[in-house]
Design a protein around this ligand. Structure first.
Ligand code: DAH
Length: 349
């Protein structure tokens, strides 16, 4: 019987060595160690042995079984590791493959102009400030020399939320906020950009649009003058719309400036010769501007005897239309990618 056991041992060890896969290994396990396996059969046959031989054979069988179990386990580990490595190999990512192109977005033309304007004015020493879109009648009108009932209010068809609150019709409200917020009453050099709202809607007007506002206030003796205003706006227009444009100041009226001007630039379509865009005048109106009205200074805490300055404002959407030749303002708000994709960053690189 000992011989039988060592034969089983010899053969089974050889078989385990030869196995190439988990399944065969499992078959071997069943063949020798299973309930009906060869080693188990030996144990069963022990009844025919002499009683003193039984423990000897029993421990021999157990020894062999332990050894086989160990070998099978080792082999099993090895197969599992190989399988895992193979799987990992197949699942590796080929980083040399070209990737799928992700379409890059573009900066909206209005935001692009805002960024350019802010950069420009920061380079001239201005602060960039912000103000609320939901504004009070006080800051939007009263503190800008537009008391209730003033006829100039009619020019701005407004969205009132309550008696006192409205969606701001102009960024000029930020002039008053900046002056009032500056408790030290030190000189001011600021621009602000942002959304404004009026009840109007056509090819050149949108109920929501964007404005830029500028305000400079300094001590009287520093003599901030119309010449400074003109120089500043010249830089602004030439950097933001077109390098070769000329400016023309036309007397106008705004309640918060005195004197007030409308500022025209050379028609960029015809170069000043006259065309349908400029209605044959050669000029296109771009900005409102003027010398800050003494009432506005006074109402917002600045003594008109001690301080003076200029202000200007314009619609950014219109600037975008001029700069990019956009014919309908509503394109700016339609979110049509065919339109927006034309303003990718290629020309900035
Ligand atoms: N707030 C004016 C408007 O919306 C534009 C304007 C005109 C702003 C003259 C100014 C200014 O600061 O001085 O029509």
């Amino acid at each position: 019987m000992k011989e039988q056991i060592s034969k089983i041992k010899e053969i089974s060890i050889e078989e385990i060595k030869q196995t190439k896969d988990l399944k065969t290994l499992n078959d071997i396990r069943i063949k020798y160690l299973g309930k009906k396996g060869e080693l188990t059969a030996v144990l069963r046959g022990m009844g025919s042995l002499a009683p003193e031989e039984r423990p000897l054979i029993g421990s021999l069988v157990n020894e062999v079984r332990d050894e086989l179990e160990k070998l099978i386990e080792e082999k099993e580990e090895k197969f599992k590791l190989e399988e895992l490595n193979e799987k990992l190999k197949q699942e590796t990512i080929d980083i040399t493959l070209p990737s799928t192109k992700i379409k890059r977005g573009s900066i909206h033309p209005v935001n692009r102009i805002i960024e350019d304007i802010e950069d420009l004015f920061v380079s001239m020493g201005y602060d960039v400030v912000t103000g609320p879109e939901l504004e009070t009648d006080e800051y939007c009108f009263k503190r800008l020399n537009l008391p209730k009932g003033h006829p100039a209010r009619d020019m701005q068809d407004s969205f009132y939320i309550t008696e006192e609150y409205l969606l701001r019709t102009q960024t000029s409200s930020v002039q008053a906020r900046t002056m009032m917020g500056n408790t030290e009453k030190t000189p001011i050099r600021m621009i602000t950009t942002g959304k404004t709202y009026r009840r109007e809607d056509d090819a050149t007007h949108s109920h929501q649009f964007n404005q830029i506002e500028g305000l400079v206030i300094d001590k009287k003796e520093r003599n901030v003058s119309l010449a400074d205003l003109k120089g500043t706006l010249e830089v602004f227009v030439r950097k933001i719309i077109g390098a070769n444009l000329d400016l023309r100041f036309r007397p106008s009226f705004f309640p918060f400036t005195e004197p007030s001007y409308e500022v025209d630039v050379t028609c960029f379509k015809c170069g000043g010769k006259g065309c349908n865009l400029c209605k044959q005048t050669g000029w296109i109106e771009v900005l409102g501007a003027g010398i800050v009205h003494p009432n506005v200074l006074k109402m917002n805490g600045y003594e008109p005897e001690q301080f003076g300055g200029f202000a200007f404002g314009t619609g950014i959407d219109r600037l975008a239309m001029f700069r990019y030749g956009i014919t309908d303002m509503r394109y700016l708000y339609a979110n049509d990618v065919r339109f927006l994709a034309q303003f990718d960053r290629k020309d900035e690189e």
